[in-house]
Every structure is written in structure tokens, then in C-alpha cells.
Write a protein that binds this ligand. Sequence first.
Ligand SMILES: Nc1ncnc2c1ncn2[C@@H]1O[C@H](COP(=O)(O)OP(=O)(O)OP(=O)(O)O)[C@@H](O)[C@H]1O
Length: 770
Amino acid sequence: MPHPPLIEAVPLHASAPEVLLGEAFFNEETSPGDSTPGVPLPGAVVHPQKWSEGQVRDWWERRTKRRQVEVLSKGTDGRNIMRWNVSRFEQMCKDTSLAMALYQDLRNEVQRFEHFRKTGIVLKAMPIINGERRPSERNGLTLKPAPRRVEPKPAPEIIPKKPTVSRAQTARTPLRGERRDSQRTNTGTGPGTRLGASAKAVAARRESSAGAVQRQKSAPRMPKPTPKPAPKPTAKPPQKTVTPLAGAGLAGAPGQAKGEKEPRRRSLVMEDLGDAMLHQLSTSAKTAEDTASPALPQEGTAQPKAVDDTVVVRRPKSARVEKVKDDDSEETRQMFDKRELRKRHKELFEQHVDQWRRRQTDSSSPEAEQCRVRVYVRKRPLFEYEKEEEEFDVATALGRKIVIHNCLTKADLRSLFISHMGFQFAHAFAESVSEDEVYRHCAADAVQHMLAGKVATVFMFGQTGSGKTHTMSGLFRRAAQHIFRSESSVTLTAFEIAGKVMRDLLDQSSKELKIREDKSGKTQILGLQGSDISSPDALLSGLTQAQGGRATRATQVNETSSRSHAVFCITKGDATLTLVDCAGSERREDATQHDARSRKDAAEINSTIFALKECFRVMRSSKGQPPYRESLLTRVLADSFGSAEALVVAIGTVSPAAKDTEHSIGTLRALQQLQGTQMLFDEREDVGKPKAEVEKPKESHPKSWSETEVRQWLEEAAGGRAKQFAACVSKGTDGKNLLRWPNVRFVQLCGGDDDLGNKLYQELRVKMRL
Ligand SMILES: Nc1ncnc2c1ncn2[C@@H]1O[C@H](COP(=O)(O)OP(=O)(O)OP(=O)(O)O)[C@@H](O)[C@H]1O
């Protein structure tokens, strides 16, 4: 085999004295077939999984030189180190950015190896500077997909002090259940209130549906370096405003170490279920069987490791296969991307969804009962950029029902079918409904409830980029007008919860809020400041300002994604209207660029959403005490659930794009749990085979292959990697002979290349089953 072209090591970045990694990793091994031992070759020619202990140590030393890091323990070879997560690297080097860089570097070595395997060209490793990889200017190597252009977004700006919002700086500010005379004082100047220019821009963008058209998917991002630490707490905190909240017998914040100062970080939410699970949820037991979709993982049973967004088709292995190789479960699987298959058969699917829609003549449903927990769903429009990406609309809102058309492929990967899954809520809003209509159905009653002196809460749930903030902004405007038709002044408080950190959204200092329990067992937020508001414009301005101050970041699907739960409380004496805009949930695929910290946050916030659902469930059943203590959000909102007269409105937002099918189903299932109902229907419609598939002649079984066909297969198998060995097959080897070959015979054929030999062996097994 010819020696792969050697490419020079990437030089040290001249202008960066802090260079961590300045050169490509060279190992002392020779490539298969190389007859010049000792010639240094880039590490990419050996898969990191196969690195020996010495190679790993060499890599480690080169990558961490001039750094204070732990010495690798004995026996750490490629297989071990590839199993390390970022936290393990952090333990070893006590430096988050270096840990992430090392973690990523190993992944990039895998990609370099893959690149070499496919093309025979060895790419240079990129230098890592300040813990962050920088693409080499000289080699043009791009191991990550090329980043997409992202329009710069205006940073939300908080105006220090607005004339209409007077703030009690040191006084005790009641959030609920308390009334203060000073709150009635009208200190606002009304309509004259101005928002900061950028906050305005953000608000305008969110309001404008045209903005959606201009949106672009954000670029995949490299893991962020060490987040900026938050300012250190002063030794003695200034006198704090104490805001009492209901919730008897509550303990201190769980898991919050004393004195621990978390940097203000951008957290994310993952409400998502794994795709394998979503697929299971989205099909009936019979359907799941038919489609050979992976079952829900049962405890104690070995399940195929489902790669995100793939349908894993596993066929029973024959006894013979098991005898020859029984530890190759990984390779007896075929992976197929559901979204890719949907796109590929878009026209056929779209045609059947349209026909289904035309068949629905009656969209009337009986009126929903007026109960304490009301759940609504809103579908957002399909964006232009999504249409350009060949996405199509798979959601239909019909009165109280919303139907997700789950476009799937059967286990033979040729026959298509659609599962029309119907869910019923208090109301389902189509993409064309106005903000007024949404307000009238969902929030008007909640505001009226508050005006009647009671407690009402409106929650927004849903996938990132599905329209929670957009809907919430529409509610703000109308709620502000509605409230001031009956009231002359109210108090506004707003805070966000990101992981385990709370922050006042109306306070510029960004200091962390704490909660504690008072003598009467009520939960209080320390330091939360209330603003007295005396006009609808001032209220809207305060709400918009608070919303603009939320922690946001550009995710892979939303360039201004809110990464915290935001809570806005409008109080008048004991009456409270709480608006909660939950952080958007992300698919695992959408979170591929997240670092360890973000993943940890995701887990925390995921448990928050779970706790919230549990509170809803217990509240609905009226049995037992809702588990408020389970999360920070439920602790501070205990009053919303606890009061017997509390009204709770949940609005779920879903994306109509086919790529988001699984996520939308997940959101709707979560909303069903809040409501305590089941899916209304799941109609399965066979779509048939796409034309090309129907016409395609059936492939012959390997046992019937002639000698020529065996050679042909070898030339094409494993992506053409075995082409050069096709001629080495001895004369007279036909399909029957080939099938008798054990694994090791293929390895021999490939000149001792284990990986290629195994691949051929497995591909042949797959052919046998097709
Ligand atoms: N019903 C709708 N009509 C028109 N545009 C919409 C609608 N819903 C959402 N959008 C647009 O989609 C984009 C994303 O919406 P938004 O920021 O509200 O999502 P989100 O669910 O709050 O996301 P995240 O959880 O990431 O913050 C915005 O540009 C918004 O204007």
C-alpha cells in the first residue's frame, strides 16, 4: 500500500504564547503495508480507540506540556481514555477549557482517522490555543461542519432606571400574600417610559413574524472556554429585601453548597426524551413490532445503543453468526436517519398528509370543561429557511385537537407509512391565529382570576424556537391593558432561574438571589426587588425589560434562545398573576455543541420540568401534597399550586417541521400528562413504496453470487476500501464459498487490516438478511 502523504506539522501560533498544542501528533507506528518502520506518521492513521498505553501517554504529554496536570494512571490506553467524559479530564487537569479541548481533540483524532480511511490522506491536527481549537490557516482542515452565518443579534440591554418604575430598594417587598401601602403609590410617569434601544429591537424581533423568515439556523459551535466568573460576593451582604412566598415547611435550596458562587451561565433545557423512546411512544405496541423500532429500554435488559435520531433495526442473529462472533452486536445493526428518510420521501408524505387534511370536514369538538388546570397548544408557522431545507408541515390544528403526522418507514426501509397522532386540549391554535385570539382563550381568564383577588399562573412550555417567548410577548401587551382597566397600580417582580441560580430580572446588578424559609414556614426570596407600576405602558415596559434581560444564547435552532426559566409576577395585595416562560427544550441533536456544564444544567432543568409536571399531576388529582421541594421553580411557585382556588394555564408551543416530529410528540405527551389525559387517536396509514423503490429489482442473495459478483461486491463493499483486495480472491470463490469464510479470513484478505476485514464480514451478513 502506498505511504499516505505526509503533511507537515502545523506550526505553533506565533502570536500566542499560551499555545497548548502546537504540533500535530506523530506516532511511531507505520501504516499498514508501510515498510519503513520508525517513520513518524500523524496519529490520525490509528484510531484513538486502538492507541496503546504508550501512544496515549505520548498524546497526553504533547497536548498538556507546560501545564500542571495529573500523570496518567498505568494501563490507560486508547479504549480507556475514549470513555472519559469532560469531567474526568477536568479532574486530571483542573482546567475546564483544557479539559474540553482535550476531550474535543480526541474526537477530532477520530475524524482525522476516518478521513484518512476514506481518502488515504492524512490531515494535520489543528493547534489548540487557550484551550480552544483554531483552524489551521495553512492546511485548510475543517473537521467540523462549516459554520453557518449567523446574523449578529443585539445584546439585550437593561436600562438602569426607568422613570415609571420606582423600586423599593431596601424595603420588604411582598410577592404574594402581603400588601404594603407604598405599593399603592403611583410613582410611574406612564406612557413616557422608554425601553433601551436594543431591548426594543429584541422585543420587535420577537413580535415580528417577518423576523422568522429572516432567521437562519445558527452555526455549530465549539465548546465554550471557561465561563466568566460571577463577581465575588461581598463579605457582608447589604440589607436585603425579603420577599415572602407561600409554601410551608420548605428547607434550603437543595444541593446548593454554602458560599458556592456559580458564574452567571447560560443554561439549557432538555425536556427531550431519547429518540428511541420517542419512537416507541409514537407508535402502538403493534406498530412498534411492525416497524422493528427499538423498544423502551427495560431495566436489566441489554438494549441496542440507539444513536440519536436513528432507527436502529436489529435482526435476530443466527446461531452461526453468534458462534463466529458474539461480541459484534454493534456492527450487526443498521442505522437509518428518520429525518433523512422523511426528507427523501417528502413529496409522497406531503401528498398523503394533504389528503388526510382534506378528509377532515368536521373540526368541532365539545367545549372544554372549565377546570383549575387548563392546557392549550399553539403551532407556529413553518419558517422560510425550513422550507428551503426541504422541511414540510406535519402538524394540523383542528379546534381542540392537534394532530402530528408522524412520517415513518417500515423495517424493510422501503415501505412508508404515516401515524396520524391526535391529541386533545382545551384549544389548539393553528399558525394563522392572531395574538388576540390566543389571549382571549388562554390568558384572559387568568387575568380576570387575579383581578378577582385570587392566584393565577400561566406557563409556557415547548421546544426551543417553537414560539414561547413570541406568545408570551403577545400576552404581556394584552394583559397589561386588561389589568389597568380595573386596577390603578400593581407591583411587578421578575426573576430567572438558570440551573440552581436565581437572578433578579429588574435589577442590573445581576446578583444572585437566595431563598430561605421564614418562621411561619413561608419561602422567601432574598433580595428580590419589586417595582410599583401605575400604567399599562409602564407595566408592559417593565415586563419587556425583564424579558430582554434573560440569559440567552444562540442555539443550533434559535439564535436568541432563552436559556432560563423566567418568572414574572404581577401582584395586587393577595392577588397574583404569575407568568412563567420556561426555557426551551432541545433535542439531543440540537445540543451536540454543548459543553459539560451545559449538559449538567440541562439535567438540572430537566428535573425542574419533571417536578413541575409532578406538581400539576398531584394538584389535579387533589391527593397529597404536590412535591414543591423537588426544584427551585416549584418551591418559589408553591403558592400557585397550593392555593385551592389557584388557576393554572399551560400553553405548549410546537414546531410544525417534519424534523421536529419527535420533539413535538414529546411536548404534546408532556402536556397530556399535565392535563391527565391520553392520546386521542393514532391512525396508521400505509403510504406504499416510493416509485423508485418499487421499480428497483430485488438484490440477489450472496449465496447465489458468481465469482464475478463476489469480486464486484468486494470492490464496492466498505465504501470501496477493499477494492484493491478484490483481485486477491482466489479463483473459483463464489458466493457459497464466501459465506463460509470466517471473520479472520476477511482480515487476511485485507492484509491484516482488522477493521476492514470485520467490516466486510459484517456487510456480508447484512446482505444475507436483506
Ligand atoms: N406563532 C408565530 N408566528 C410567527 N412567528 C413566530 C411564531 N412563533 C414563533 N415565531 C418566531 O419564531 C422565532 C422563535 O420564537 P421564540 O423566540 O418565541 O421561541 P422560544 O420558544 O421562546 O425559543 P427559546 O425557548 O429558544 O427561547 C422568533 O423569531 C419568533 O418571532
